[in-house]
Design a protein around this ligand. Structure first.
Ligand SMILES: C=CC1=C(C)c2cc3[nH]c(cc4nc(cc5[nH]c(cc1n2)c(C)c5CCC(=O)O)C(CCC(=O)O)=C4C)c(C)c3C=C
Ligand code: FES
Ligand SMILES: [Fe+2]
Length: 353
């Protein structure tokens, strides 16, 4: 289960940020090995405070382990031919990091593994970075002799769509019945720098596709927008920004909003801090009534969806590319200049050999 991870405790924040700013697949910096530790150190106090404010750390490891354990148990029933199933977690920036998990898999003698991204929608800065890291570790022989296949994106999977839709319905139910239909559904996803969008990254399209599917499932009963949050630094990012959108809606007299996190499956500082503590407080000051759709966290509908995706993957394989990866994973962004992307795709298409 691949994801970025987060500091489980406040003191792990510095290492998390240092790993994040050292990742040239996410943030290419000049003199990265020198600049990354400096930027990380400078940002640490502010981000430590945010993790303190949300209860002393990121819940992502706890939720990923819970999702993984329940998914593996369901998978034993759904696809006994490959049982027993076991989940491993490989985070990109927090423990357990990919190298630690690789060593564990080697020690356990794992022979067959599915690299299952936990980002619903594909971006080269997120899932792409995790696959590049896995490729580097695999090529270095750190994982032993494992046959790999990849579940690289699932932003339109019916089970995922259903789980999100149900959480939206629960949030909508908190509004008075007489005005419920006027409530705006504001889908919010982590933004991307325009430099990434403009090299042909698929993320913006795939997040939009998730929103379209969820709205279809909700029979378009409410008006909606997709907006983007958490941009960092001075460069241009994909907009409109979530907080600006909230202010704009208040100005236009649209005072009932459900905020919907759509690109991350468990709670993290963006939902618990940015959305709940910053934006919702500000929106309430503008006289809005605002509720947030819960993150998927321990949603049984979502966990069942993960198991269904894994079972279908193991049962049917995938079209094309010898069955190890999706057809879509094989295509690099038209503007890609990162040689690792090409090597990674070829390596996974051969089953990680
Ligand atoms: C699917 C979601 C995400 C995409 C796409 C994404 C791209 C992206 N992010 C940065 C820079 C930073 N992101 C940071 C934190 C962070 N990012 C995501 C998700 C996506 N990022 C999450 C969920 C988090 C927070 C972790 C948590 O526990 O909440 C940070 C660090 C925080 C900070 O310093 O403000 C940075 C920096 C870039 C440059 C990028 C695309 C290229
Ligand atoms: S940046 Fe998208 S494939 Fe390399
Ligand atoms: Fe990010």
């Amino acid at each position: 289960m691949l994801n970025m991870g987060g500091p489980s405790t406040v003191p792990e924040t510095h290492d998390f940020l240092k790993n994040l700013f050292s990742d040239s697949d996410l943030i290419p910096l000049p003199f990265q090995s020198i600049l990354a530790p400096l930027i990380a150190r400078r940002r640490t106090p502010q981000i430590e405070q945010q993790y303190t404010d949300i209860g002393g750390g990121s819940p992502i490891l706890r939720y990923t382990n819970l999702q993984g354990e329940r998914m593996a148990a369901l998978l034993d029933e759904l696809h006994p031919a490959t049982a027993p199933h076991k989940h491993y977690v490989a985070f990109r920036y927090a423990r357990p990091l990919t190298d630690e998990t690789a060593r564990q898999m080697k020690a356990d003698g794992v022979q067959r593994a599915v690299a299952f991204t936990q980002y619903p929608q594909y971006s080269c800065s997120t899932t792409g970075s995790s696959l590049n890291e896995l490729y580097r570790r695999g090529k270095a022989g750190e994982m032993g002799d494992v046959e790999w296949s990849v579940i690289d994106r699932w932003g339109t999977h019916p089970g995922f769509v259903e789980a999100v839709a149900q959480n939206i319905e629960r949030a909508l139910a908190q509004f008075s019945e007489s005005t419920r239909a006027e409530t705006v559904l504001l889908f919010s996803a982590h933004s991307l720098p325009m430099s990434v969008v403009n090299r042909g990254d698929p993320y913006v399209l795939e997040v939009s596709a998730s929103v379209a599917k969820v709205m279809e499932r909700l029979k378009h009963a409410n008006p909606y927008r997709l907006v983007w949050q958490s941009q960092v630094g001075p460069s241009a990012w994909m907009g409109m920004q979530t907080n600006e959108a909230l202010k704009g809606l208040a100005r236009l007299g649209r005072k009932q909003v459900v905020l919907v996190p759509i690109a991350f499956t468990s709670d993290h500082i963006e939902t618990l801090y940015e959305l709940d503590l910053e934006y919702m407080k500000e929106a309430k000051e503008h006289g809005m009534e605002i509720h947030r759709a819960e993150s998927l966290n321990d949603s049984p509908v979502f966990i069942r969806a993960l198991a269904d995706m894994a079972a279908a993957h193991l049962r049917d394989g995938l079209a094309g590319s010898a069955g190890h990866t999706s057809v879509q994973l094989g295509l690099r962004c038209p503007g890609c200049t990162n040689a690792t992307c090409g090597q990674q795709k070829a390596w996974f298409a051969r089953g990680g050999r």
